[in-house]
Write a protein that binds this ligand. Structure first.
Ligand SMILES: NC(=O)c1ccc[n+]([C@@H]2O[C@H](COP(=O)([O-])OP(=O)(O)OC[C@H]3O[C@@H](n4cnc5c(N)ncnc54)[C@H](OP(=O)(O)O)[C@@H]3O)[C@@H](O)[C@H]2O)c1
Length: 262
C-alpha cells in the first residue's frame, strides 16, 4: 500500500524510545523526513537517521522553542505526532484518593495535555499551509479512568476532547486531527525499572515481571499480551497519510479488545 508519505516532513514528539521511536522508524521507512523532540536522545534514535531536537516539552515555553527550531531548518511541516507523555507518580500519590498533590496534577497535565496543545499551536500555521495532519497518542486510561492514576487519565481525556474539538475547527481548512488510543504497550512505562508499573509493583509489594505479565489479562486485553509499539506506529502512519482524507476527528483504539463498550 502506498501511503504517499515519501518526502513528507514529520515532527514526532518523544521519539527517543518506546512508541515514539517506533513511529519515527515507521515514517523513516516510508521515506519521510523526520524530526523528533525529547529531553535526551538514544543510540536507537540516532540509528534511524532522524533529526533530533532537545527540549523539555513540559516546560511552558519548551514546545514553542522546539517547533521554532524545527521550522527554522525547513518551514514546511506535513505531519505532527503528539506522542510524548506518561510520567511517574510522586511519593504519597498511591495512597492519596486523588492520586497525587496539586503539583502532581500540574506536572502530569503539563506533559500529557499542555505539551500537545502548545506544540500543536506552534506547528498549526505550517500545518495549515501544508494541509497536513495531527495525530496524538492518548490512552485507554482516558476511557476507563478508575483503572489508572487520575491525573494521567484526566489529562488524556482532555487530550481527546482537545483533539476532537480542533478537528472540527481546522478540518474544513484541510488539516486532519486524529487520536490513537493504545492499551498496555511494551515500553519503558511497563517494563522499565524506573517506570510506572515498576513503581506500582513496589507499592503493591509484587514482583515487577509478574505484574507486567498479569496486566493484559487483568486489563481485558483478549490477546493476553502487551501490544508491540510497531502496531501503534502503523495506525499513526495510516491516520497521517493523505490517502485517508476522511479520517477526521477519529479516536482509533489499538487495545486488543480491552474496551468493552459499544
Ligand atoms: N506504554 C503504554 O502502555 C501506553 C499505553 C497507552 C498510552 N501510552 C502513551 O503513549 C505515549 C508514549 O509512551 P511510551 O510508553 O512510549 O513512553 P516512553 O517509553 O516512556 O517514552 C516517552 C517518550 O517521551 C519523551 N518525553 C518524556 N517526557 C518528556 C518531556 N518532558 N519533554 C520531552 N519529551 C519527553 C521521552 O524522552 P525523554 O525522557 O528523553 O524526554 C520518550 O521519548 C505516551 O503519550 C503515553 O501516555 C502508552
Amino acid at each position: 500500500m502506498n501511503l504517499e508519505l515519501t518526502g513528507k516532513r514529520v515532527l514526532v514528539t518523544g521519539g527517543s524510545k518506546g512508541i515514539g521511536l517506533a513511529i519515527v522508524r515507521a515514517f523513516v521507512a516510508e521515506g519521510a523526513s523526520v524530526t523528533t523532540v525529547s529531553r535526551t536522545s538514544t543510540p536507537e534514535l540516532e540509528a534511524t537517521g532522524a533529526t533530533f531536537v532537545a527540549a523539555d516539552l513540559a516546560e511552558p515555553d519548551g514546545p514553542r522553542r522546539a517547533v521554532e527550531t524545527v521550522l527554522a531548518a525547513d518551514p514546511r511541516l506535513d505531519v505532527l505526532v503528539n506522542n510524548a507523555g506518561g510520567g511517574i507518580m510522586s511519593d504519597g500519590s498511591f495512597t492519596d484518593p486523588l492520586d497525587g498533590s496539586d503539583d502532581d496534577w500540574i506536572g502530569t497535565f503539563a506533559l500529557n495535555l499542555n505539551a500537545a496543545v502548545r506544540t500543536t499551536r506552534a506547528a498549526l500555521p505550517a500545518l495549515l499551509k501544508a494541509r497536513g495532519a495531527v495525530v496524538s497518542i492518548s490512552s485507554d486510561s482516558a476511557l476507563r479512568p478508575g483503572a489508572a492514576p487520575l491525573p494521567y487519565a484526566t489529562a488524556k481525556a482532555a487530550l481527546n476532547a482537545f483533539s476532537r474539538g480542533l478537528a472540527e475547527k481546522v478540518g474544513a481548512q484541510g488539516v486532519r486531527v486524529n487520536v490513537v488510543t493504545p492499551s498496555g504497550t511494551r515500553t519503558a512505562i511497563m517494563e522499565g525499572k524506573d517506570g510506572f508499573v515498576a513503581q506500582l509493583a513496589a507499592h503493591l509489594d509484587m514482583d515487577h515481571a509478574a505484574l507486567v505479565a498479569a496486566m493484559p489479562g487483568q486489563g481485558g486485553m483478549l490477546t493476553g499480551a502487551l501490544i508491540e509499539p510497531d502496531e501503534i506506529a502503523r495506525v499513526v502512519l495510516l491516520l497521517a497519510s493523505p490517502t485517508m482524507p476522511s479520517a477526521i476527528g477519529a479516536n482509533w483504539l489499538v487495545d486488543a479488545g480491552a474496551m468493552k463498550t459499544v
